[in-house]
Design a binder for this molecule. Structure first.
Ligand SMILES: Nc1ncnc2c1ncn2[C@@H]1O[C@H](COP(=O)(O)OP(=O)(O)O)[C@@H](O)[C@H]1O
Ligand SMILES: [Mg+2]
Length: 244
């Protein structure tokens, strides 16, 4: 059974039009995914619908085969579905350690909290060095690492990350992607959304192309990257925006 199943989901905002127009996506445990597609395709909306921030108007979101429609974000989080939104903000006047502790607010056991924090510091050694520093004083890349570290604090089954490379210099973005690739070894299933389609696909197993709120195409990421025709057809729109 798939870990997460999104089936024929229709979703939109308030009284507005349908943004997701009958979208189906399957997320298998241990496979990493990148969702790509032009601006406004509904990529962020899909993550919000899965994470419980947006209730589907129709269709189903299932976790381990269990219907989750209508679950609140905190319930999805407790079920191991962690969403790192594009504008995930830190508490700038709080230390790195305190920001990470916020991610572990569901953990009541102090020893376990300590253990998870050590695991985050092992994954992001720079954060161990900066643990006593206010998050607001960190570089953009380091702040993104705190955001990801905070997600790891709940030991999620799935982490969905919206535009992890946004606003970062290419070299820093590469470091972030390298860290995200390592999440698989921690038993975490990764779902990325990336405006930089090629970079995103280079760092995952499977690519899903969205357009106009539904799925255009999906397949092995290396296959998509290697096929010039598919690249032209499905990545052209995103690549023409100055992406490489
Ligand atoms: N909070 C919102 N309220 C109303 N419309 C929204 C909201 N967020 C996104 N939209 C609309 O939904 C569509 C898809 O947006 P989004 O999911 O953010 O696309 P993507 O992440 O693929 O760029 C866009 O037309 C956008 O204007
Ligand atoms: Mg988006």
């Amino acid at each position: 059974m798939a870990l997460l199943e999104v089936e024929d989901v229709v979703a939109g905002y308030g009284a507005g039009p349908d943004i997701l127009t009958g979208l189906s996506v399957t997320i298998e445990e241990g496979t990493s995914y990148c969702i790509v597609g032009p601006n406004g395709a509904g990529k962020s909306t899909l993550l919000r619908a899965i994470a419980g921030f947006l209730k589907p108007r129709a269709g189903e979101v299932r976790l381990d085969g269990v219907l989750m429609n209508g679950s609140r974000p905190d319930q999805m989080l407790a079920a191991g579905i962690c969403f790192v939104p594009q504008d995930a903000s830190l508490f700038p006047m709080m230390t790195v350690r305190e920001n990470l502790a916020m991610g572990g607010y569901l953990v009541n056991d102090r020893a376990l909290l300590r253990q998870r924090m050590d695991m985050v510091y092992e994954t992001f050694p720079i954060l161990a060095e900066r643990r006593g520093q206010n998050a607001g004083t960190l570089s953009g890349g380091e702040q993104q690492m705190v955001t990801l570290g905070r997600a790891l604090m709940i030991e999620p089954r799935v982490v969905m990350i919206d535009e992890p490379s946004l606003g970062l210099a290419p070299m820093i973005a590469d470091q972030i992607f390298e860290k995200i690739r390592g999440f698989g070894a921690l038993g975490i299933t990764v779902v990325l959304v990336e405006q930089n389609a090629v970079k995103g696909l280079e760092n995952v197993d499977w690519g899903i192309v969205l357009d106009l709120g539904s799925k255009d195409f999906e397949g092995p990421a290396d296959g998509i990257l290697a096929d010039p025709r598919i690249r032209e057809l499905y990545l052209g729109k995103t690549m023409s925006k100055g992406m490489t």
